[in-house]
Ligand binder design. Sequence first.
Ligand SMILES: [Ca+2]
Length: 276
Amino acid sequence: MGDPFGDGDPGDGEGPVHEVTLAPYLADETAVTNAAFARFVKTSGYVTEAERLGVSAVFHLAVEAARGDVLHHLDTTPWWVAVKGADWRHPAGPRSSIGDLPHHPVVHVTWHDAQAYCRWAGKRLLTEAEWEYAARGGLAGRRFPWGDELHDGGAWRLNVWQGDFPARNTLDDGHLTTAPVKSYRPNGYGLYQSVGNVWEWCADRFDPAYYATFPTDRPATDPRGPDHGTHRVLRGGSYLCHDSYCNRYRVAARSGNTPDSASANVGFRCGNSLAS
Ligand SMILES: [Ca+2]
């Protein structure tokens, strides 16, 4: 695990590189889709945290809402707009819907929402270590799920940002916001879009100092993250990632947010333990 290139922001704690041993497990091939999440909601009556709050964050170029529903731009990241009525059914705001997006990843879901879905599905969130191992697709120590170069023979392999962030997107990869979950070629383990498209919640708490606590003389076994902390791990980066401000679309990249946070570029992928 970890970044051997020194690509990451030191504040993210992508190093030191360390060896981890994992019990066999399963990882879903895609992030959870709108169609799958709709089945969960229909069956369980679950209401997401963003729906209860009545507001969530939408990227400024994608907002579909009446002027009165556009509340304010976020202070330190003004490309994020707080939109009344933005939620998983209305990913760009009240005037949007998921009618044409059944195969897109569900967004505006918090870590708590992700936990609820996974339990309903008889699954669980992946640990951060499980996520990274699965995302690498068998290519240990590489930068991306397909190798070290962002461009693989000129074709885009992931959905990130192209152009001048945050004002102009040239759409070279075909998508301003989310792409269907089975876009682009899967990695060596059959996982689609482990990097790019949407950030994916992991089970663990997030602490940039966590990797430094691993033993140097033996592999850690099934690490489950820090025991305490306010944030949960997010992995994989999103359609907003761009080298100019956020190169966190690499397999080693780490981020986190509070478990009640939702936005239009965060989703999740489930996994499961193998029955013994
Ligand atoms: Ca894109």
